[in-house]
Write a protein that binds this ligand. Structure first.
Ligand code: ADP
Length: 162
Protein backbone atom coordinates (compact mmCIF):
# COMPACT_ATOMS: atom_id res chain seq x y z
CA UNK A 1 0.00 0.00 0.00
CA UNK A 2 1.29 3.45 -0.90
CA UNK A 3 2.14 5.45 2.23
CA UNK A 4 0.97 9.01 1.76
CA UNK A 5 2.23 11.70 4.13
CA UNK A 6 0.76 15.16 4.61
CA UNK A 7 3.11 17.99 5.60
CA UNK A 8 0.84 20.86 6.66
CA UNK A 9 1.93 24.39 7.43
CA UNK A 10 1.74 28.06 6.58
CA UNK A 11 4.97 28.15 4.55
CA UNK A 12 4.88 31.95 4.60
CA UNK A 13 7.33 31.68 2.84
CA UNK A 14 8.93 28.24 2.42
CA UNK A 15 12.48 28.12 3.86
CA UNK A 16 15.48 25.79 3.60
CA UNK A 17 14.32 24.34 6.94
CA UNK A 18 10.98 23.30 5.39
CA UNK A 19 12.76 21.94 2.31
CA UNK A 20 15.03 19.85 4.54
CA UNK A 21 11.97 18.35 6.30
CA UNK A 22 10.35 17.66 2.91
CA UNK A 23 13.45 15.77 1.71
CA UNK A 24 13.86 13.82 4.95
CA UNK A 25 10.22 12.78 4.93
CA UNK A 26 10.71 11.08 1.56
CA UNK A 27 12.52 8.23 3.28
CA UNK A 28 9.47 7.70 5.52
CA UNK A 29 6.59 8.00 3.00
CA UNK A 30 6.12 7.00 -0.65
CA UNK A 31 4.25 10.17 -1.57
CA UNK A 32 4.14 13.53 0.15
CA UNK A 33 1.53 16.26 -0.10
CA UNK A 34 2.76 19.61 1.14
CA UNK A 35 -0.48 21.15 2.40
CA UNK A 36 -0.52 24.93 2.51
CA UNK A 37 -3.05 26.27 4.98
CA UNK A 38 -5.47 28.74 3.49
CA UNK A 39 -6.74 29.93 6.82
CA UNK A 40 -7.91 33.48 7.25
CA UNK A 41 -7.37 33.43 11.02
CA UNK A 42 -3.60 33.71 10.46
CA UNK A 43 -2.12 36.89 9.12
CA UNK A 44 -0.12 35.68 6.16
CA UNK A 45 2.23 37.95 4.26
CA UNK A 46 1.77 36.01 1.01
CA UNK A 47 -1.49 34.70 -0.38
CA UNK A 48 -1.88 30.94 -0.58
CA UNK A 49 -1.43 30.79 -4.37
CA UNK A 50 1.96 32.51 -4.02
CA UNK A 51 2.99 30.24 -1.14
CA UNK A 52 2.07 27.16 -3.23
CA UNK A 53 3.94 28.50 -6.28
CA UNK A 54 7.11 29.20 -4.27
CA UNK A 55 7.08 25.67 -2.81
CA UNK A 56 6.54 24.14 -6.27
CA UNK A 57 9.42 26.15 -7.73
CA UNK A 58 11.67 25.18 -4.79
CA UNK A 59 10.82 21.50 -5.14
CA UNK A 60 11.55 21.58 -8.86
CA UNK A 61 15.26 21.91 -7.99
CA UNK A 62 15.26 18.50 -6.22
CA UNK A 63 16.26 15.34 -8.05
CA UNK A 64 13.74 13.48 -10.24
CA UNK A 65 13.20 10.53 -7.90
CA UNK A 66 12.14 12.90 -5.14
CA UNK A 67 10.18 15.63 -6.84
CA UNK A 68 8.02 13.16 -8.77
CA UNK A 69 6.66 11.91 -5.45
CA UNK A 70 5.81 15.34 -4.02
CA UNK A 71 2.80 17.52 -4.69
CA UNK A 72 1.66 20.83 -3.25
CA UNK A 73 -1.94 21.77 -2.44
CA UNK A 74 -3.92 24.36 -0.50
CA UNK A 75 -6.28 23.23 2.20
CA UNK A 76 -8.85 25.01 4.31
CA UNK A 77 -10.53 22.06 6.05
CA UNK A 78 -9.95 20.68 9.48
CA UNK A 79 -6.52 19.05 9.10
CA UNK A 80 -7.66 15.59 10.18
CA UNK A 81 -10.53 15.62 7.64
CA UNK A 82 -8.16 16.77 4.93
CA UNK A 83 -5.67 13.98 5.78
CA UNK A 84 -8.46 11.37 5.57
CA UNK A 85 -9.75 12.80 2.29
CA UNK A 86 -6.28 12.16 0.84
CA UNK A 87 -6.36 8.52 2.03
CA UNK A 88 -3.48 9.24 4.38
CA UNK A 89 -2.88 8.45 8.04
CA UNK A 90 0.42 10.26 8.43
CA UNK A 91 1.05 13.90 9.32
CA UNK A 92 4.63 15.11 9.04
CA UNK A 93 5.79 18.02 11.21
CA UNK A 94 9.24 19.50 11.75
CA UNK A 95 10.95 20.24 15.02
CA UNK A 96 13.64 22.78 15.69
CA UNK A 97 14.08 23.61 19.33
CA UNK A 98 12.23 22.84 22.53
CA UNK A 99 10.17 25.95 21.84
CA UNK A 100 8.36 24.10 19.02
CA UNK A 101 7.50 21.23 21.31
CA UNK A 102 4.62 22.69 23.29
CA UNK A 103 2.63 23.83 20.26
CA UNK A 104 3.29 20.61 18.36
CA UNK A 105 2.40 18.54 21.44
CA UNK A 106 -0.96 20.32 21.83
CA UNK A 107 -1.74 20.12 18.14
CA UNK A 108 -0.96 16.40 17.98
CA UNK A 109 -3.03 15.78 21.10
CA UNK A 110 -6.04 17.62 19.66
CA UNK A 111 -5.76 15.81 16.33
CA UNK A 112 -5.54 12.50 18.16
CA UNK A 113 -8.72 13.31 20.09
CA UNK A 114 -10.49 13.84 16.77
CA UNK A 115 -9.01 10.74 15.11
CA UNK A 116 -6.79 8.32 16.97
CA UNK A 117 -5.79 6.46 13.78
CA UNK A 118 -3.75 9.33 12.39
CA UNK A 119 -0.12 9.44 13.48
CA UNK A 120 2.08 12.54 13.52
CA UNK A 121 5.73 11.93 12.71
CA UNK A 122 8.23 14.56 13.84
CA UNK A 123 11.44 15.06 11.93
CA UNK A 124 14.35 17.23 12.99
CA UNK A 125 15.95 19.42 10.39
CA UNK A 126 19.69 19.54 9.95
CA UNK A 127 21.28 21.68 12.67
CA UNK A 128 22.29 24.36 10.19
CA UNK A 129 18.56 25.07 9.74
CA UNK A 130 17.54 25.09 13.39
CA UNK A 131 17.35 28.85 13.63
CA UNK A 132 15.41 29.42 10.44
CA UNK A 133 11.77 30.44 10.69
CA UNK A 134 9.47 32.10 8.16
CA UNK A 135 8.69 34.78 10.75
CA UNK A 136 12.33 35.86 11.14
CA UNK A 137 12.97 35.62 7.40
CA UNK A 138 10.22 38.20 6.79
CA UNK A 139 11.50 40.45 9.55
CA UNK A 140 15.15 40.31 8.43
CA UNK A 141 14.19 40.89 4.81
CA UNK A 142 11.96 43.84 5.77
CA UNK A 143 14.91 45.42 7.56
CA UNK A 144 17.24 44.87 4.61
CA UNK A 145 19.23 41.92 5.99
CA UNK A 146 20.70 39.02 4.01
CA UNK A 147 18.48 35.94 3.92
CA UNK A 148 20.24 34.13 1.07
CA UNK A 149 21.45 31.26 3.27
CA UNK A 150 17.98 30.61 4.67
CA UNK A 151 15.57 30.42 1.73
CA UNK A 152 15.46 28.54 -1.59
CA UNK A 153 16.50 30.53 -4.67
CA UNK A 154 12.92 31.05 -6.00
CA UNK A 155 11.94 32.67 -2.67
CA UNK A 156 15.01 34.90 -2.72
CA UNK A 157 14.26 36.00 -6.29
CA UNK A 158 10.62 36.64 -5.41
CA UNK A 159 11.44 38.68 -2.30
CA UNK A 160 13.99 40.75 -4.18
CA UNK A 161 11.32 41.78 -6.68
CA UNK A 162 8.79 43.05 -4.14
P1 ADP B 1 2.70 26.45 11.06
O1 ADP B 1 2.10 27.83 10.96
O2 ADP B 1 1.70 25.35 10.83
O3 ADP B 1 3.58 26.21 12.27
P2 ADP B 1 5.10 26.67 9.47
O4 ADP B 1 5.18 26.94 8.02
O5 ADP B 1 5.65 27.71 10.38
O6 ADP B 1 3.59 26.36 9.76
O7 ADP B 1 5.80 25.29 9.81
C1 ADP B 1 5.36 24.05 9.30
C2 ADP B 1 6.11 22.95 10.02
O8 ADP B 1 7.50 23.00 9.68
C3 ADP B 1 6.05 23.02 11.54
O9 ADP B 1 6.00 21.70 12.05
C4 ADP B 1 7.35 23.69 11.91
O10 ADP B 1 7.78 23.34 13.23
C5 ADP B 1 8.27 23.10 10.86
N1 ADP B 1 9.45 23.95 10.60
C6 ADP B 1 9.48 25.23 10.21
N2 ADP B 1 10.75 25.67 10.07
C7 ADP B 1 11.55 24.63 10.40
C8 ADP B 1 12.97 24.44 10.50
N3 ADP B 1 13.82 25.44 10.25
N4 ADP B 1 13.43 23.24 10.90
C9 ADP B 1 12.55 22.23 11.19
N5 ADP B 1 11.21 22.34 11.13
C10 ADP B 1 10.71 23.52 10.74
Amino acid sequence: MTKIGIYPGSFDPVTLGHLDIIQRSMSVVDRLIVAVSDNDSKNHMFDSATRVKLIEESISTLNEGLKDRISVEKFDHLLVDYVKSKKSKIIIRGLRAVSDFEYEFLMTGMNRKIDNDIETIFLMSSEKYHFISSRFIKEIHRLGGDISSSVPKPVLDFLEKI
